[in-house]
Ligand binder design. Structure first.
Ligand SMILES: NC(=O)c1ccc[n+]([C@@H]2O[C@H](COP(=O)([O-])OP(=O)(O)OC[C@H]3O[C@@H](n4cnc5c(N)ncnc54)[C@H](O)[C@@H]3O)[C@@H](O)[C@H]2O)c1
Ligand SMILES: O=P(O)(O)OC[C@H]1O[C@H](O[C@H]2[C@H](O)[C@@H](O)[C@@H](O)O[C@@H]2CO)[C@H](O)[C@@H](O)[C@@H]1O
Ligand SMILES: [Mn+2]
Length: 440
């Protein structure tokens, strides 16, 4: 098997230990030569690097070299795969993204509404610079991006790198949802083949075929008429994720048609979401107190005993999905993944240039979207509105345009009112300061 060099950008991410664990578990499918962790936060990355040393020495010792660097010029030479999971501004800035909109009575969320807008403006600044450097050092590397807000990132990267066929934006939410569905159906997720359409964090399942070709989605819809579906993953076992999955039942029953992604709750029930949010303690506070703390305690425990034995390296679909995609490319498998791609007629009655999220067949040379065809008025209307918001956000970034930013936020279903959009935007500008381009 050909050996590959892998770089993880956001080496200090809370998701990196589980991703490394997945790479260890998949060593019969992907053989690693050199592994690089790149992060701007040296202390944070050192911790994950120390963890990697112990993990690989114990369970994957054939890896030639593991390097940690904060020097971007050292990160990408001769790399084959770059896996990206950066959080520009960290969880501290996520608090502002969530709390500022909530202080105005608007949904405060990591990737949706004004919070996603704010996070997007920060991310693009860092992200584009990193991709340029990757392409300077390793023009043929595959770049698989998880960094959020993925919809905004995908729209910007399409504009900035229009001919780059090896830059892939993905999200694990659809398969996180599929895991929960497969649990109800008693079928493993990998035996289910989804049909899905929309934008990132803004899509719907239309079918869920099993290996005999039967569509099992009607069973899910029937189930949701009287029972809630709960997340299956440990990473999603807390109350806020349970609540999110519970809302899926109402969303599915309120509208006749396909089954929505859980993220649609922020757009379809914004008043309810705000009412149930605590503007002083948001998801960012919870992640800092829980996931971040747990991951770094786990690392301390591994370092202390110099072994991973009997220590649970909390994993979920996140690591598996990115590595499954990587191995489908390496091994030319033609497997199906839900990916963000340029529409180009896949969803017949949406703009050709929209970055849609649809099932695609992936092999060593191609990412081939499955045709969706035309979609119904309700979904078309929602998606066109949301895509206009995404485009204007990217316009605001590239043109340093306050006007485009105001139009983006006014269009967003979580805001709507212009005066409200203006107040939120002004507060976000102040909080983000130099982390955003200056808007004129
Ligand atoms: N697409 C998806 O479905 C999906 C799923 C889960 C997480 N995510 C995303 O993954 C990312 C990581 O999440 P997290 O909770 O682990 O965040 P985190 O803050 O724990 O980790 C992110 C890491 O990125 C580093 N970083 C920030 N800016 C950087 C830059 N310019 N260059 C290099 N490194 C940089 C930080 O120092 C930090 O170590 C976020 O963007 C999150 O939204 C996406
Ligand atoms: O609020 P957070 O930081 O816990 O999560 C936000 C992310 O939520 C989704 O990711 C899920 C993922 O789908 C699931 O498989 C598991 O790994 O947990 C993640 C959440 O912890 C979403 O797709 C991401 O885009 C969000 O960043
Ligand atoms: Mn996602």
């Amino acid at each position: 098997m050909k050996k590959v060099n892998i770089t993880i950008v956001g080496g200090g991410s809370t998701y990196t230990p589980a991703l490394l664990d997945t790479l260890v578990r998949y060593q019969d499918q992907v053989s690693i030569d050199n592994l690089v962790l790149f992060d701007t936060d040296e202390a944070r990355q050192r911790e994950v690097g120390d963890f990697a040393e112990v993990l690989f020495k114990e369970r994957y010792s054939s890896v030639n070299n593991i390097k940690c660097t904060t020097n971007i010029e050292e990160a990408f030479s001769d790399t084959d795969f770059v896996l990206m999971q950066i959080r520009s501004g960290g969880l501290e800035m996520r608090k502002h993204d969530e709390k500022i909109p909530l202080s105005h009575g608007v949904v405060g969320q990591e990737t949706c509404g004004p919070g996603g807008f704010s996070y997007g403006m920060r991310t693009l600044k860092d992200f584009i610079e990193i991709i340029k450097e990757i392409r300077r050092q390793s023009p043929d590397a595959w770049i698989i991006n998880y960094s959020n807000p993925a919809a905004i990132v995908a729209e910007a990267t399409k504009r900035e790198f229009p001919n780059d066929q090896r830059l892939i934006n993905i999200c694990d939410m659809p398969i996180g949802i599929m895991d929960a569905f497969s649990n109800i159906l008693g079928v493993s997720r990998k035996q289910l083949s989804p049909r899905y359409f929309g934008l990132n964090h803004f899509g719907w399942f239309t079918n869920l075929y099993d290996q005999e070709g039967n569509d099992r989605l009607p069973e899910i819809k029937e189930y949701l008429k009287h029972d809630a579906i709960l997340p299956t993953e440990k990473a999603m076992s807390d109350d806020s994720w349970k609540k999110t999955f519970e809302q899926l039942a109402q969303m599915t029953n309120d509208f006749d048609g396909p089954v929505p992604n859980t993220y649609l709750q922020y757009y379809l029930y914004p008043k309810k979401i705000v009412k149930e949010s605590d503007p002083h303690h948001t998801r960012a506070d919870q992640v800092i107190a829980e996931r971040e703390k747990e991951v770094f305690s786990m690392i301390s425990a591994v370092k202390q005993q110099n072994s991973t034995e009997d220590i649970e390296i909390s994993s979920g679909v996140h690591g598996d999905y990115i590595v499954d995609l990587m191995t489908a490319i390496i091994n030319n498998r033609n497997d199906l993944f839900i990916i963000m791609v340029e529409n180009k007629g896949v969803i017949e009655n949406l703009p050709s240039e929209a970055m849609v999220e649809v099932p695609c067949l992936v092999n060593s040379n191609n990412i081939e979207p499955l045709r969706v065809g035309p979609i119904d008025t309700f979904y078309k209307g929602l998606i066109e509105n949301q895509y206009a918001y995404e485009k204007l956000t990217v316009d605001a970034f590239y043109n340093n345009s306050y006007d485009a930013a105001l139009k983006a936020l006014t269009l967003n279903r979580t805001v709507v009112d212009t005066d409200l959009a203006k107040s939120i935007l002004n507060d976000l500008i102040e909080a983000n300061n130099d982390a955003w381009p200056k808007l004129n």
